[in-house]
Design a protein around this ligand. Structure first.
Ligand code: DAH
Length: 330
C-alpha cells in the first residue's frame, strides 16, 4: 500500500492522478480485488480485515482529494501565467470609434425637436401608393410625382420617396393635437454629386384646432431650429410649391461658406436652400378625415445638413465607408 500512497503523492498532473485513482478505485482496481478476497477468509478474520480495508479506502480517497485540489490550483496558476496580458501595452489597433456624420447630424436635429416637445414617429420603408402619394394630394399621373421617381414592387408597393407618409400614418392613428417629427431613410432614382439612391429625411408635422396654427408659428420654430443647427445666419422664406402644403415655402440660410457674399457652393447667390415647408393642404386633412383643424409641416434632408455643417463637397463620399473621411469625425 505504501507504493500507492507514494504514487499519489508523487503524481505531477491531474491526468496521472486520475489514472492512479482508477487503478485503486476502479471496478477491477486493487481495492475491489482485495474486497473479493474477503470471502476466502474465516468468519473471525473477516470483520477485522474488512475494517482495515475500509480504513485504507478512506485514507486513499482522502489523499487523492487533497492531491487533486493541489494539482487543480497549480494548473490554474499555470494557466493564468500563460494568459497574462498587459492592459497598459500600446496597440496600434486601438482606434476610437465615432458616430457617422449623418447619424450625428440626425441626432442633433432630433434633440432640438424633442426639446420642443415633438414626439418621434416611425413608418415603414416599403410604403403603399396611398400613404406615399395619394393621401398627400399627389394623385396618380400628377406631374409632381415625376420629381420623386422610385423603386416599385408589385401591388402598388414602393420604397418610400420621402418621410411625409409618416404624417398620414400618424394622423390616421391619433386624434389632434399632433406635434411630431419622423426621421428615417428614403429612396429615389437619383445618383450624382448631390443625390444618392438612399438618403435620410426628417419630417415635421404640427396639427391643432382651426385658427390655432399660423405661418408665424412655423416661421418661429424653423428659424429657431436653423439657428440651433448653423449658428448666426440670416434666414429667408421663399414662396414655393408642394402638393401637400398650401401656401408652401422653401427656406434658405445665408451661405455659411462665404457669409452671403457669393461663392461656388451657393452658386454666387449668397443663399443655401435647406428645407421645404408650408401649411397643411386641406386635401391632406380630408384624406385622413380631420375636420376643423389647421397645421404646418416641413421636411429636410439630413445629408444636406451634414454636408453643410462639415463642409463635405461630395454627398456620395458619405456612403463609401472610407476611413480617411470617417476618421475626421472622431
Ligand atoms: N416631402 C418633401 C420632399 O421630399 C419635403 C417636404 C416639403 C415635406 C414640404 C413637408 C413639407 O412636410 O411641408 O421633397
Amino acid at each position: 500500500m505504501k507504493k500507492w500512497i507514494e504514487k499519489i503523492q508523487n503524481s505531477i498532473n491531474l491526468e496521472e492522478l486520475e489514472e492512479i485513482r482508477v487503478k485503486i478505485f476502479g471496478k477491477k482496481g486493487i481495492l475491489a480485488q482485495e474486497f473479493k478476497k474477503l470471502k476466502n477468509l474465516s468468519n473471525e478474520e473477516k470483520p477485522k480485515v474488512a475494517k482495515e480495508l475500509n480504513e485504507l479506502k478512506n485514507r486513499l480517497n482522502g489523499l487523492i482529494c487533497t492531491k487533486k485540489d493541489e494539482l487543480q490550483k497549480k494548473a490554474l496558476q499555470e494557466e493564468l501565467i500563460k494568459e497574462n496580458i498587459d492592459p497598459s501595452l500600446y496597440s496600434p489597433y486601438n482606434i476610437k470609434g465615432a458616430l457617422h456624420p449623418v447619424q450625428d447630424t440626425m441626432d442633433r436635429i432630433v434633440e432640438y425637436f424633442i426639446s420642443m416637445n415633438f414626439s418621434i414617429e416611425n413608418g415603414p420603408l416599403i410604403e403603399d401608393d396611398f400613404h406615399n402619394f395619394e393621401a398627400l394630394n399627389l394623385p396618380k399621373f400628377h406631374p409632381a410625382r415625376d420629381m420623386q421617381d422610385t423603386f416599385y414592387f408589385k401591388d402598388e408597393m414602393l420604397l418610400r420617396t420621402h418621410t411625409s407618409p409618416v404624417q398620414i400614418r400618424t394622423m390616421l392613428n391619433n386624434e389632434p393635437p399632433i406635434r411630431m417629427i419622423s426621421p428615417g431613410a428614403v429612396f429615389r432614382r437619383d445618383f450624382d454629386l448631390t443625390h444618392t439612391p438612399m438618403f435620410h429625411q426628417v419630417e415635421g408635422l404640427l396639427v391643432d384646432k382651426k385658427q390655432r396654427v399660423s405661418f408665424a408659428n412655423l416661421k418661429f420654430i424653423l428659424s429657431d431650429f436653423l439657428k440651433y443647427m448653423f449658428g448666426d445666419i440670416d434666414i429667408r422664406y421663399r414662396p414655393s410649391f408642394f402638393p401637400f402644403t398650401e401656401p408652401s415655402a422653401e427656406v434658405d440660410i445665408s451661405c455659411i461658406f462665404c457669409k452671403g457674399k457669393g461663392c461656388r457652393v451657393c452658386s454666387h447667390t449668397g443663399w443655401l436652400e435647406v428645407l421645404g415647408c408650408g401649411m397643411v393642404d386641406p386635401n391632406v386633412f380630408k384624406a385622413v378625415g380631420y375636420k376643423d383643424v389647421s397645421g404646418y409641416a416641413f421636411g429636410l434632408g439630413v445629408e444636406r445638413f451634414a454636408m453643410l455643417i462639415h463642409k463635405i463637397p461630395d454627398l456620395r463620399s458619405l456612403f463609401e465607408g472610407d476611413l480617411r473621411l470617417l476618421e475626421q469625425f472622431r
